[in-house]
Design a protein. Structure first.
Length: 226
């Protein structure tokens, strides 16, 4: 194995500073992309899709759990599939504490076309606790473009509800678009409400608060002290 070249403190600092300038530029570019994402239009989902969760049948609005936004990860698992997608499993392993998303009016769920007993078997094997529902029997996966000619693919969708109960798709990504996700920041940057902090450029009428003001230890949510 060839390791990096060894240099003096001054040479290391100079190289580090050059890279840091590029990293800062990339961060500003990502912030600008997130701002443009918040300005995207939305597409109404026209059907009353049905799902099955551990507690029984669910309609699409139920997946929001009373919140305004919903992030859906389309976990690639077909009915009767013996193979578990390693990439989808790796993504699921990386998802952090979703109570912080809840604090920003955002829910999260995995959705697969496999029936619920097959999802539950994978969940038990992997030790996952994230919400995971089956879309078996509905056109949800087909209409959102993750089941193509009967074959499963993976991806992520961002949905939002209006005050009249309509559900809309605001953003979608797949492939390498999902590989850097997993933190509360990267997820919120995909949503029309964003991080909801005052430094963000966001369309008028969206909620915002001071940075840091909403941050909590996740057990504060559980204890009801947040």
């Amino acid at each position: 194995m060839r390791l990096p070249d060894e240099v003096s403190q001054a040479e290391w600092q100079a190289a580090h500073d050059r890279l840091l300038a590029k990293e800062k530029a990339a961060t500003r570019a990502r912030d600008e992309l997130a701002a443009e994402r918040r300005e995207l239009p939305m597409l109404r989902l026209p059907k009353a899709y049905s799902f099955t969760g551990p507690d029984g049948p669910l309609a699409l609005p139920d997946l929001f759990e009373g919140r305004r936004q919903l992030i859906v990860y389309h976990f690639m698992l077909a009915p009767g599939a013996e193979h578990i997608c390693e990439g989808c499993a790796l993504f699921t392993d990386m998802v952090g504490e979703i109570s912080h998303l809840h604090a920003r009016d955002t829910s999260f769920t995995l959705v697969s076309r496999a029936p619920l007993p097959e999802l539950e078997a994978v969940r038990r094997r992997m030790g996952w606790t994230l919400p995971w529902v089956s879309s078996d029997g509905s056109d949800f996966n087909d209409d959102l473009g993750v089941t193509i000619d009967g074959h499963e693919t993976f991806g992520l969708s961002v949905l939002v509800r209006d005050d009249e109960g309509g559900v809309f798709r605001t953003y979608a990504t797949n492939g390498r678009g999902v590989e850097a996700l997993g933190s509360v920041w990267t997820f919120l940057d995909l949503t029309p409400l964003g991080r909801q902090e005052t430094w963000e450029r966001t369309p008028a009428g969206r909620p915002q608060s001071e940075p840091y003001a909403w941050w909590r230890l996740h057990d504060a949510y559980e204890k009801g002290t947040a």
